[in-house]
Write a protein that binds this ligand. Structure first.
Ligand SMILES: [Zn+2]
Length: 493
């Protein structure tokens, strides 16, 4: 059977389309791919073990031959693939209708269906995500999870050469105008990308899945307008509205300041999903209750206050009060200055529901830099940069490391050196001090395990660098004083 028919049979089997669509999608794809093949009718009994990527490959090769993919790079193939798979993807209005109809049954049915579609249409490339390397590292904070991210395609020099003049459209990767956008050498293909309109705090937002899923049902919630990240009381109303509508999901916001914020500060957005994280198992070292809210200081590398209550309004008021209290909080003895010529204190809030109760995590953040730490005092210090130098966003605050793909090859090279199968490799300068440390621990039976564990431990030290109050007795006392100071202040208002 020709790959085109295999693809249509796949789409019917995976419930992307109905048999009634068969002739229509055949004709659409015949033209799109400029194919000259004989029509074959639908075969209800047809079976194949091929994956969608295996079916798509000869079709994409054909498109390369026809000059429809040029240059022949992973990026340009992805753009065309997205155009092919769009044929099996409902128009935004139809998908919205399906989502809203399913939501009347149950919100879980609605998100399940949207997630299934996002995966089966290869908008989320599960085979590529499967190449990510995942492992766990035990620590005094519990098991920390590590992902080495190999699913984002590397930049190809041919793509960079082909990069068109920046048209500033869509304004960023999050903007709603990405829906159906073909993309180009410097912008991912979004022809089969879909978003669902929702309302949070009576404001227009959209719900979508991340194409790079770092955890189960990794979702992004974006504002209708391209407006900058801004964390305030409205943030809490939006987060609470979301978990009320999607009680099986958590939702969190990155801090609205550079260094301690996410990678896109120019567009108001949140990240959520149907997943639990190491921080959800973290124990507290101090607990107190006030006004129907339980406050717990966590045994965690960053400074995190867990607030729990069944009373939504009280929790929102207390969270906003805490945000304001921290925004002017300073303690020079621990290098915490809330402002210089600009504000430095911010929070990372993460909300989930547990039954009738809400659980809100507030991580305290500060983005000040100084001469010793030009990348940030409360940011992974330079000695951790061979493992992690990017911003620590909310996913990592929760104990899931997203480490750069370059580490995959670095681990392999280091393993070879430690086993004395080779002396050195190119581009190892950044890893040299670490390599020397690892050599001192040799011989061990499980060399790979040693490398992975060590990388995980360095990541955890990087998280500790981000902690405002460190996990020492003296700092824990300060953290407790901070909370008590806040509660006394909050009581007066
Ligand atoms: Zn935008």
């Amino acid at each position: 059977m020709h790959a085109l028919f295999e693809l249509i049979h796949y789409a019917i089997r995976e419930r992307l389309i109905d048999t009634i669509d068969y002739d229509y999608v055949f004709n659409r794809l015949l033209h799109l791919l400029d194919l000259d093949i004989v029509y074959q009718p639908y075969e209800a009994t047809y079976k194949t073990d091929k994956t969608v990527d295996e079916i798509l490959k000869p079709l994409l090769d054909h498109a390369v031959d026809k000059g429809k993919i040029d240059p022949d790079t992973v990026q340009m193939r992805d753009l065309f693939e997205s155009e092919i798979m769009n044929v099996f993807t409902p128009n935004p209005s139809m998908l919205q209708q399906q989502f809203d109809t399913l939501k009347k049954q149950s919100i879980i049915a609605a998100t399940d269906d949207f997630y299934r579609r996002s995966k089966k249409s290869n908008y989320i490339k599960m085979a590529r995500i499967g190449k990510n390397h995942f492992y766990k590292v035990p620590s005094k904070y519990g098991e920390i999870e590590i992902t080495i991210n190999r699913s984002k395609p590397e930049k190809d020099p041919k793509d960079i050469a082909k990069k068109p003049v920046d048209t500033a459209y869509p304004q960023c990767l999050l903007c709603k105008e990405n829906v159906g956008y073909y993309g180009h050498a410097a912008h991912p293909g979004r022809t089969n990308h879909r978003i669902i309109k929702i309302s949070l705090n009576d404001e227009p937002f959209y719900f979508q899945f991340s194409p790079y899923v770092y955890y189960n049902e990794h979702a992004i919630v974006l504002h209708e307008d391209h407006i900058p990240m801004d964390v305030g009381k409205h943030t809490f109303y939006r987060l609470f509205d979301f978990v009320d509508q999607f009680p099986h999901y958590f939702l969190g916001s990155n801090a609205g300041l550079p260094i301690v914020g996410g990678s896109i500060l120019s567009h108001e957005h949140y990240q959520g999903g149907r997943a639990r994280f190491p921080i959800d198992e973290a124990a507290g070292f101090y607990t107190t209750r006030m006004n129907g809210i339980t406050y717990e200081l966590l045994n965690w590398p960053l400074s995190v206050i867990k607030m729990r209550s069944e009373n939504r309004e009280r929790l929102i008021n207390a969270a906003e009060a805490l945000r304001q209290y921290f925004s002017t909080y300073a303690d020079e003895s621990i290098d915490l200055l809330h402002e210089t010529d600009q504000p430095h204190n911010a929070i990372t809030p993460i909300l989930r529901r547990t039954g009738s109760s809400y659980q809100l995590l507030i991580a305290l953040r500060n983005n000040r830099t100084d001469e010793s730490y030009p990348d940030g005092i409360f940011h992974p210090h330079p000695s951790r940069h061979h493992i992690k130098k990017e911003n620590i966003g909310l996913i990592e605050v929760m104990g899931l490391a997203i480490l750069p793909g370059r580490l995959h090859d670095a681990f392999t090279d280091i393993e070879t050196i430690l086993k004395e199968e080779s002396e050195s490799f190119e581009n190892m300068e950044d890893y040299q001090p670490w390599l020397d440390e690892l050599k001192a621990k040799m011989p061990v039976d499980d060399v790979r395990g040693l490398i992975e564990r060590s990388a995980g431990e360095i990541f955890i030290r990087g998280l500790e660098d981000c902690g405002i109050f460190k996990q020492t007795d003296a700092h824990r006392r300060k953290f407790k004083q901070f909370l008590e100071g806040f509660l006394a202040w909050h009581l007066k208002y």
